[in-house]
Design a protein around this ligand. Sequence first.
Ligand SMILES: [Zn+2]
Length: 92
Amino acid sequence: MARSLHFGKSVHDNGWGMFTTFLKYKLEDQGKQLIRIDKWYPSSQTCSVCGYKNPETKDLGMREWDCPNCKSHHDRDLNAAINIRKLSSLNK
Ligand SMILES: [Zn+2]
């Protein structure tokens, strides 16, 4: 009986679980896998061109940076998006 007291919360949790299960099923159906990206993966710090990891970009106020290794100019968010897309294709 005590469980019913938390009915609202369990509905929320189950709803989320069903959503991710559904998403996983849909992706597997298409021959893909649900990709989990480590939240500590330094996607915004890694040069999407040469793979150089730039510790200076840890400062979130830095919107753009130049790779000291290959001289590429990066928009922080765009660079991160490219890295995540690369990571996704590796997991296929
Ligand atoms: Zn580079």
